[in-house]
Design a binder for this molecule. Structure first.
Ligand SMILES: [Zn+2]
Length: 205
């Protein structure tokens, strides 16, 4: 995992009082290799405008084309969590200038005349997989996170470690795919939903 991304997130914990509160009160918050996760999603702290950056990427990029609250939220919730995310998404979209300009009433009429559905965009739908237990490189990478764009079949290989956690994989995905292509509206993965769990000594109950 890129130390810069990780440091950015970790530094934000200090500005976010809720990180501490949730960590001690909610058993679903777990610290996983210095990163907080919530139900195996990467917890996004309130600081360094991380949340704002995510909202902009998930809603404004051409890939997403200013989708509504439900779809924007559904895409974000696959990898990320923060308290009351739905409220932030609602407010963000409600105050989005472009969405205000393109009211649905205008779009519906245009839609009826369209002979063909809009073609899918690259990186709108991707699959994630891992190749693990490879010979370790000098940098300590022994696994690959494999991201395949289902439209172009373009494959992106991201070096990682065999014991990569869900939170680390989410951060890798953020840095290598999301910042370049925006967030896919569909992510298929068998392992991301049920990541390998590291044994924890001090699990709260
Ligand atoms: Zn919008």
């Amino acid at each position: 995992m890129d130390p810069q991304v990780k440091e950015d997130i970790i530094a934000s914990y200090e500005q976010d009082e809720k990180t501490k509160d949730l960590g001690s009160q909610d058993a679903r918050m777990e610290k996983d290799n210095d990163l907080w996760t919530y139900d195996n999603r990467l917890y996004v702290p309130d600081g360094r405008e991380l949340r704002q950056r995510l909202l902009t990427e998930f809603h404004d990029t051409p890939m997403h084309g200013h989708l509504g609250v439900d779809k924007t939220l559904a895409a974000m919730e696959q990898l990320f969590y923060w308290p009351n995310m739905v409220d932030d998404v609602r407010l963000y979209i409600k105050t989005c200038e472009q969405c205000q300009r393109n009211k649905p009433s205008n779009l519906k009429k245009a839609g009826l005349l369209k002979p063909l559905p809009v073609p899918d965009n690259p990186f709108e739908s991707v699959s994630l997989d891992f190749i693990t237990l490879l010979p370790e490189t000098q940098r300590g990478h022994g696994a690959l996170l494999v991201v395949v764009d289902r439209l172009s079949r373009l494959m992106t290989l991201i070096p990682t470690t065999t014991d990569v956690t869900a939170a680390e994989a989410a951060a890798l995905f953020y840095k290598n795919i999301f910042v370049h292509f925006g967030m896919p509206s569909f992510v298929e993965s068998e392992r991301m939903g049920t990541p390998r769990r590291k044994p924890r000594k001090n699990r709260r109950r």
